[in-house]
Design a protein around this ligand. Structure first.
Ligand SMILES: Cc1ncc(C[n+]2csc(CCOP(=O)(O)OP(=O)(O)O)c2C)c(N)n1
Ligand SMILES: [Mg+2]
Length: 684
């Protein structure tokens, strides 16, 4: 058998596996895998530096399927390449990541072959894709990480990091705004190791791209500062190979390869129709397609002899050799640079370097106090000294978010070792890029105003789905920001963030809770965090008078208490905790027994055992008042049906802070009044 026919056979195996899996599942998209099989095949076989036997080898090339609806293409590749399974604690097992049986359970409950590729669910899947535009945007973070890791770890004679990042994408990806944001910053940074392969089939779900997408994508990317290459026929392996090689040889900027393809290639029905997109082919069309590929019509999940071997001979052999050479080099590196080698190992396990908390500050009591964004900036900088893998920045708000690391410089075009990333005004891509950093095991962070978490939300949600510890920092966290007014004052954002499963939302009350918050953040391996901070000063509480800030780690804790059982529990978060304390003093003076609970994190509190939760919020006390400058939505969970919420029920207003507090009821008098009413109601 000639080389060519063996390659063709491999490609047709990828196609027919996709057809059969979609047919069996009665759902899924066969068209894209059919058309893109040669594109991915040529890349994997000729270029991808990847060892199927060690799928988490740190210097492997990353392959991202951004058009996640073509998931069967990736599953077929992982299966045929013999990629091994990796456990949740990073052990490689002698079991395939995707077995033949798994392929046959495509889109079924608990299978490793879900509808769209899911990171941490299926070994070999580098990021979760499906929401179009996300995968390509993650790829920018991964490419940054490759360059940053090279800057940090590589030493003369030791190239530990130089991996490339390849992302396959479609019209849908490139229509999405987030991909444009990400491409724009990738072009600016001149990332030399990033290659997007664009399936320009001129069709999406509604039909031809003539309906809604007619710009010149190539010229757009050239304007972003990318190199644009073209492949006229997705079936021409030679041409594809040439484009991949050009990317690797020319460098200097990111590369977009525009590949002309026809969706559902090989299906006998009129190609390029929408039906080839989102549906199984159906019995007749399926037989016809198989005939076209030279497959027995009635075959099912057929993998001809020699196909798996072909993957081993090329990608497998190349990957093994590269990975073994890397490991040998690492062994030498360990002798020459033991401390760095140790850090590298910890990094792979998502462990913070030893001594990361050596210089975390504690803050003296101060009635005037400091904004939590300010104290967070101090803590972040102290943490960054001993935690070299904190890398991030803000969406053009450094002077406001206080997230600049003074010990390092900015990341610059062509020079990527700075720890400060200027994301520009691109919140959505910032979130996706931070996820790309997290997927590369760096502790990526991105900061903006809380109101613009809405602009970033799809990426925040994906960090939670993927269980990666991205750090999402939000300042200007309430109407308390004042004069900027309703468009800038978050109201419903906190409840929205709290509704994301797995996301830890932290709203510290003062500078010392901020330090404790960063302690919690530094320890996370699988939970993303939203750190929510004030613009305005809040008092630094006197911890000789009140409980220690370390209570933050439990999500909620009793800050001030009554003698004997309280009549009312005031629950505050962030800037409203000191308001609760002032109300507490007044209630006490009037002979009312009150307790104040600081509740910086619902999620951490929920993780505590019942006994602890009951000790903070005694079931016998139904007079509970939550005080938070945000939508009241959801607080019933903690105050119960007989409790009250001093919260927001409308949007805010543009005015100086003290007028806003008056207008919306965030005053000592109002909290005292509501507390008394709630006690009276509870007695009824
Ligand atoms: C953000 C987002 N919006 C909508 C969808 C639903 N969707 C899935 S595939 C698709 C069309 C994609 O077109 P294209 O990228 O050209 O892929 P092709 O049809 O060529 O395979 C759409 C709209 C999605 N997955 N993500
Ligand atoms: Mg398309």
């Amino acid at each position: 058998m000639t080389t060519d026919t063996r390659d063709t056979q491999c490609i047709n195996t990828l196609r027919t596996l996709a057809i059969d899996a979609v047919e069996k599942a009665h759902s899924g998209h066969p068209g894209a895998p059919m058309a893109l099989a040669p594109v991915a095949y040529q890349l994997w076989q000729q270029e991808l530096r990847y060892d199927p036997a060690q799928p988490i080898w740190p210097n492997r090339d990353r392959f991202i399927l951004s058009n996640g609806h073509a998931s069967m293409l990736l599953y077929g590749l992982l299966h045929l390449a013999g990629v091994k399974r990796v456990t949740r604690d990073y052990r490689v097992e002698e079991v395939p990541a995707i077995s033949m049986e798994d392929l046959q359970k495509f889109r079924q409950l608990d299978s490793v072959t879900p509808g769209h590729p899911e990171y941490r669910w299926t070994s070999g899947v580098e990021t979760t894709t499906g929401p179009l535009g996300q995968g390509v945007s993650n790829s920018v973070g991964m490419a940054i990480a490759s360059r940053w890791l090279a800057g940090y770890f590589n030493r003369p004679g030791f190239t530990l990091f130089d991996y490339d990042v390849w992302a396959l994408c479609g019209d849908g990806d490139l229509m999405e705004g987030v991909a444009s944001e990400a491409a724009s910053i990738a072009g600016h940074l001149q990332l030399p190791n990033l290659c997007w392969i664009y399936d320009a089939n001129r069709i999406s779900i509604d039909g031809s791209t003539d309906l809604a997408f007619t710009e010149d994508v190539g010229r757009r990317f050239e304007a972003y500062g990318w190199r644009v290459l073209r492949v006229a026929d997705a079936n021409n392996l030679e041409e594809l190979g040439q484009a991949y090689r050009t990317f690797k040889e020319q460098r200097g900027k990111p590369t977009l390869i525009i590949v002309t393809s026809r969706i559902g290639y090989g299906a006998p029905k009129k190609e390029g129709t929408a039906s080839a997109h989102g549906e199984p082919l159906g019995a007749e069309e399926l037989k016809g397609a198989k005939r076209n590929y030279g497959w027995p019509e009635d075959s099912q999940f057929l993998v001809p002899d020699g196909v798996r071997e072909r993957f081993q001979e090329r990608m497998g052999a190349r990957g093994k050799q590269l990975r073994e050479a890397w490991e040998k080099s690492l062994a030498e590196y360990r002798k020459a640079h033991p401390a760095l080698a140790d850090q590298l190992e910890r990094l792979q396990r998502r462990e913070a370097p030893e001594g990361w908390d050596a210089e975390l500050p504690s803050f003296p009591a101060d009635a005037k106090g400091v904004a939590t964004r300010e104290s967070s900036g101090k803590v972040l900088n102290a943490l960054a000294k001993h935690h070299p893998f904190l890398v991030g920045g803000s969406a053009d708000l450094n002077p406001s978010t206080k997230t600049y690391l003074s010990l390092s410089g900015p990341m610059k075009p062509g020079e990527h070792s700075g720890r400060n990333i200027h994301f520009g005004v691109r919140e959505h891509a910032m979130g996706s890029i931070v996820n790309g950093l997290s997927l590369s095991k760096l502790r990526g962070y991105g900061a903006t105003f809380l109101i613009f978490s809405d602009y970033e939300r799809p990426a925040i949600r994906l960090s939670a789905i993927m269980e990666v510890p991205s750090i999402h920092i939000f300042t200007h966290d309430s109407i308390g920001l004042g004069e900027d007014g309703p468009t800038h004052q978050p109201v419903e954002q906190l409840s929205g963030l709290r509704s994301i499963p797995g996301l830890i939302v932290l709203r510290p009350a003062d500078a010392n809770e901020v330090t404790e918050a960063w302690r919690v953040i530094a320890r996370q391996k699988h939970h993303p965090v939203a750190l929510v901070l004030t613009r305005q000063a809040v008092p630094t509480l006197d911890r000789t008078k009140y409980a220690p800030a370390s209570g933050l780690a439990k999500g909620a804790y009793v800050l001030a208490d009554s003698e004997g059982a309280p009549e009312v529990v005031l629950i505050g978060t962030g800037s409203e905790v000191s308001l609760c304390l002032a109300a507490y003093d007044q209630l006490k003076a009037e002979g009312v027994k009150a307790r104040v609970v600081s509740m910086p994190s619902w999620e951490l509190f929920e993780q505590q055992d019942e006994a602890y939760k009951d000790s903070v919020l005694p079931p016998s006390v139904s007079a509970r008042v939550a005080v938070e400058q945000a939508a009241a939505f959801g607080w019933e969970r903690w105050v119960g049906l007989r409790g009250s919420v001093v919260g927001m029920r409308t949007f805010g207003a543009s005015a100086p802070l003290k007028n806003l507090l008056q207008k919306f009821g965030f005053t000592v008098d109002n909290v005292v009044k509501v507390a008394k009413e709630t006690i009276a109601k509870a007695r009824k």
